[in-house]
Design a binder for this molecule. Structure first.
Ligand code: PLP
Length: 509
């Protein structure tokens, strides 16, 4: 038989109507490892990190380029080992993440420990292991100095700063309401306000056991455009110049620009349509008026109109390529530094991709359990999966709408509209009112781009055990995290003896 093949990207393809992750048939992965399940492509993770490195190294000849993937996006130890093998550093936010990265062989001087509220023990661990401490709190500097003096060791630090961004006026994707990015950025809690950092820098530069290596910013994924990055880099350079003036000519050895570049199919906040609010207000009034015609006619009209109003379509336009971001970021940064009187020669450039590195390496596979429809009073279709949006909580927080494909019917036409729902008792609308092929119980739904933030934020709501993760490399697949058992879900519970005394318990099944 001649194979028909359609590539969705470098990692996913459709062959004879079936979805493949690299060389592995997605349906066979479910047969072998169970459902639901997270799949990660090792090949694609390696491709992504190499491409990132090359894109920035080609465009930042001034100094070293270090890629510090944000481990919060996916802290599976096997993935961290792959990234360490590729020479990547790491952005860390907590003692737990530091524990994970230090166990994976990353070079400590390429690890940035971020985050507010660091404890004395955590700081001690940071100094002893030789990682960079990215200072976020106003009083953190004194604590770091105290610990460094006690250990008689040098602490290498950077300040996470908070430029203002009057040049970023487009709507931020962080807010449901229409709000400009410059306000969204100010509301975000992290970073040291400029009025404090001026004074902190003057003191830090005099401290014997502190070496101020440079600066850090991270704003998050406010906007997917190249323009967002140009605006950010200009203001970042401007604030560095202001600090140079205040600090007697200080110039940073390293500049970290954080993360926030979108995944190519960028599902971020695609559930948000800012025009829904006025449209639904009008719709509400129309619904009330329709009551005058009687409920039968009202539901008939609503059945026709609801789907149009409620349906969502995953993003079909791809975000700019990483090389385009790299070009805009490095050229604007270089130009702005020079313009404001800072010499970029010899400066190390760091970037902390999360979603754009891990996102499209992952697919979440789940089995269709049931389909259900009603024709009255309102027409509606549901497709029930054996997963839940509690296993994709990162996406829920971000109001993401992921693209999807029926793994065993990948070439079939989309002929119906349905709510694809998860199995928790919440509404659990994973893919609300989307167009899908005719599906049946046993079909496999593949939700795409789940490599970042999903597994790491999954919860056990309704007592559901969290799924396993499988790593795919070419045509090989191996388990890198086992699924939870029902016992695991209750493993931390302690029932005081007195509550069990004299009572018969049902046997666990
Ligand atoms: C300090 C820091 N760096 C990098 C990232 C990664 O961001 P993204 O996944 O949007 O690239 C985050 C995410 O919150 C972060 O807090």
């Amino acid at each position: 038989m001649v194979e028909t093949r359609r590539n969705l990207d470098e990692c996913l393809s459709v062959r004879n109507g079936r979805l493949f992750v690299e060389e592995c048939d997605a349906v066979n992965l479910v047969k072998k490892f169970g459902s639901p399940i997270y799949i990660i492509s090792e090949d694609h993770l390696r491709r992504n990190i190499r491409r990132y490195k090359k894109a920035f190294e080609d465009r930042w000849p001034e100094g070293k380029v270090e890629i510090l993937p944000a481990i919060k996006a996916n802290w599976l130890l096997a993935l961290r080992h792959i990234l360490s093998e590729e020479g990547a550093g790491c952005d860390v936010y907590s003692p737990g993440e530091l524990y994970a990265v230090l166990r994976s062989g990353a070079e400590p001087e390429k690890v940035s420990v971020n985050g507010g509220g660091k404890s004395q023990d955590h700081i001690k661990n940071c100094i002893n292991s030789g990682v960079r401490i990215t200072v976020d709190d106003i009083d953190e500097l004194d604590l770091i100095e105290k610990v460094a003096n006690q250990l008689n060791k040098k602490a290498r630090i950077r300040f996470r700063i908070r430029p203002s961004f009057p040049n970023l006026w487009k709507p931020t994707a962080f807010a449901l309401e229409l709000a400009p990015i410059d306000i969204g950025v100010q509301v975000y809690k992290n970073g040291i306000p400029t009025e404090h950092v001026i004074e902190m820098g003057k003191r830090a530069l005099k401290m014997k056991n502190i070496e101020l290596m440079g600066f850090h910013i991270h704003l998050g994924r406010h906007h997917g455009s190249i323009g967002f990055w140009k605006g950010t880099m200009k203001r970042y350079a401007k604030l560095m110049a202001e600090l140079k003036k205040e600090w007697g000519g200080y110039e940073p050895k390293e500049i970290d620009i954080g993360g926030g570049i979108p995944t190519p199919r960028d599902p971020f906040a695609r559930m948000v349509n800012r025009f829904d609010v006025p449209v639904f207000s009008v719709f509400f009034v129309v619904m009330l008026l329709l009551k005058l015609l009687g409920n039968k006619i009202r539901y008939k009209i609503l059945s026709a109109g609801m789907s149009m109003l409620l349906s969502k379509t995953p993003n079909k336009s791809r975000a700019p390529e990483i090389e385009q971001y790299a070009e805009a970021i490095t050229s604007t940064l270089r130009k702005s530094l020079v313009r404001y009187g800072i010499n970029p020669k010899g400066m190390t450039f760091q970037i902390e991709p999360g979603r754009s590195l891990y996102g499209d390496t992952g697919v979440h596979l789940s089995t269709i359990l049931k389909t259900k429809y009603q024709t009255k009073p309102l027409k509606y279709n549901w497709v029930l999966l054996d997963t839940t949006y509690f296993f994709m909580s990162g996406g829920v927080f971000e109001l993401n709408l992921h693209d999807f494909i029926i793994a065993n019917k990948a070439d079939e036409k989309k002929v119906m509209t349905a709510d694809v729902v998860g199995r928790s008792c919440f509404a659990d609308r994973m893919l609300p009112e989307v167009r899908i092929p005719r599906v049946a119980p046993g079909d496999i739904m593949a939700i795409l781009d789940t490599g970042a933030y999903q597994e790491v934020s999954a919860s056990n709501f309704n007592g559901l055990p969290r799924p396993a993760t499988v790593l795919v490399k070419g045509n090989q697949a191996e388990l890198i995290k086992r699924a939870e058992t029902q016992e695991d879900v209750f493993a931390r519970d302690i029932v005081p003896e007195r509550l069990m005394k004299g009572r018969k318990m049902a046997k666990a099944v």
